[in-house]
Each structure stands twice: as C-alpha cells, then as structure tokens.
Design a protein. Sequence first.
Length: 211
Amino acid sequence: MQLYTHKIPTTTITKNNLLLVIFLGLLSCNHKKTDKEDPNTYTSNKAEIINLDFDTINKANSFDYPVGKPNAKGYYNAQNFTENNHLSEDWNAIEGGNSDLGAPIYSIANGYVSFAENVNGGWGNIIRIIHYIDKNNQVESLYAHCTKINVKKGNYIEKGEKIGTIGNNSGQYLAHLHFEIRNKVGLPIGKGYSTSTKGYLNPTDFIKMNR
Ligand SMILES: [Zn+2]
C-alpha cells in the first residue's frame, strides 16, 4: 500500500506577508457560501420525452407548498421569483444555514414524475413532476439540489407525498430547495436564472391561487 504524505512548507512570516495573509482571509470571508446559486455554473439542456396517460393520472385539484407541509410552516423564501432574474423560489428553514439539510420535500399536488436524476453542475439532484389540471392545462414543478430522491421517473404520486429531501448540492450551497413552477411542460432544465420568464410562474402566487 502506498502512503501519501503531505509536506507542510515552512515559511518565515514577515510583517508584510502577515498583512497579506490577513487581507486574503478577509477577502475569502466575502466569498462565504450563501443559499443562492451561481448562475454561471447552473445550466443543463437535458430535455425529456413525456407520454402522459391522461386516463390514468390523478388530476391536480389543489396545490400545497413543497416544504413545511402544507403551508410552509417553519420555512421562508430567501430569493423570490424574478429577484436577480431567478426563475424559482429558494426555500429555507427559518433557523437558516444547513438546518434544513435532509428535511422532507413534498409534491405540491397529484402528479406524474417525469424526471428524477442527478444532472451535476450547479443543479445536482432534480425532481420534475407534471400536474394535470385538464387536457389543456398542465403545470410542472421542479425541485433541485436534493440530498435524496425518493421517487422514480414514471411514478404517479399524490399531493403531500414525500419525494425527496432538501440538500446543498454536495456542499456547493447552504441547504435550500430551489423550487420552480412552469406553465410549459417539458422545457429543458435550463439555467434557473433568466431575464425571460416565459414558461415560468411565480410559485407562491400560483399556490395561493390554487389551494
Ligand atoms: Zn434558486
């Protein structure tokens, strides 16, 4: 077995490079992890093919919040829809930090799991669910950065069913749920941020109107 040892370089700390070390330390404090994503690392063009069986799927008659079931109790939205061109809401436990790591995520309504996998990059584990309101009216919910995915593509699920757990995308962020609602089903995963909101809805507004 090969053992790797890590040699620590010995340096003489002069007054000048001590100041430099302090300066760099202060700089790195400004780059602390936050619960916001970096749009530059945050893109996927992964698309999907959906064959919905309209006779089988349970209609989505009403919608709840995806955390703190059913009313988001104990959670707050740290980044609104359209804030910084954000196409979603970032749901966090009110205790902050990683306190919500591993907390349950619930399907906001009856629906069909159209996608459940890790796409890496800034996204990590993603779950997408199609909610059938009627033949001319379907919306899709998307849940990102999950620690665990508890559903599979093709599953029919009910409102309030646990579908996964809140994550931090392998330590890339502080734990939070990036949560989108789209009124156009099957779009590419995209970037999570855009100046155009075409195909996307304000999640809280939509839920409030459809309780
Ligand atoms: Zn987000």
